[in-house]
Design a protein around this ligand. Sequence first.
Ligand code: GRG
Length: 288
Amino acid sequence: MAATGRAVDAFVRDHLTGSSAPDGGLFEAMQYAALGPGKRFRPALVMAGAELFALPHPSALRVAAAIELVHTYSLVHDDLPCMDDDDLRRGRPTTHVKFGEATAVLVGDALLPLAFELLVHPETHSRAEVRIELVRGLAVASGAHGMVVGQMLDLAAEHRVLDLDGITRLQELKTGALITFACESPAVLAEASGGERAALRAFARDLGLAFQITDDILDVEGTAAAVGKGVGKDASAGKATFVSLLGVEAARARADGLMEQAAAHLDCFGARAATLRALGRFVVQRSA
Ligand code: GRG
């Protein structure tokens, strides 16, 4: 993950360097948001998936960076006063606290299309059909049939208490859809078989839920200093989470079970999936 993080950060930095023309500080704020000390978990999934198909590193890196840019935009907008109103992200002031609200909105607005600009470039894949499939996949995962409707359901959850099925659906959309695209995208680049794509999607579904359950546990058990963002917010907003519905111990057991289930979906890839399996273990063992 550290190696992927360095490679993605170097690539993103290169694409977030403005010309000498005045930009009002836009690129500085975009760099602040995109290059903060996050885990780069979604890029790590792409690069681990690339190992399954022996994909060329530069091509997978472009997809990894595109997904991280979308993830970063979602965090910047999620932290805004009109959404979660958070002051701390990745152990630092959130983008709107540092640069102002209007700039933070524009940072998100600029990061999102930049992701698609990366995907459509011929260096991502020589075949236009493959690039279109990637664009479609990221659009669906991040838009009104994925992350955005998940966020909308999350906002609505402040006014009505969700049950386990409701929380699961919300999280599959809000955080799961992008994680699923990260896992599936190497198979798209490789023009892999339907069976291999389905296996990666099944892995991602269980992995995404385990990731979210662990996030809920960290929200209860972690400190802001360790996690790098405000904690205890769901409880104070009266929102149901996997932990509030199941309790910490049962939530942890469910995350562990999901991880084992996720790893089993990778059996068809044999030893080539070692890094993906390790990322799965990281998901439930992480402390930030
Ligand atoms: C604003 C359209 C819009 C969507 C926001 C994903 C999301 C939707 C909001 C994030 C809120 C949140 C903290 C969700 C919990 C799970 C999650 C996505 C955590 C942050 O991802 P990490 O842990 O963060 O990968 P780093 O900083 O490591 O990249």
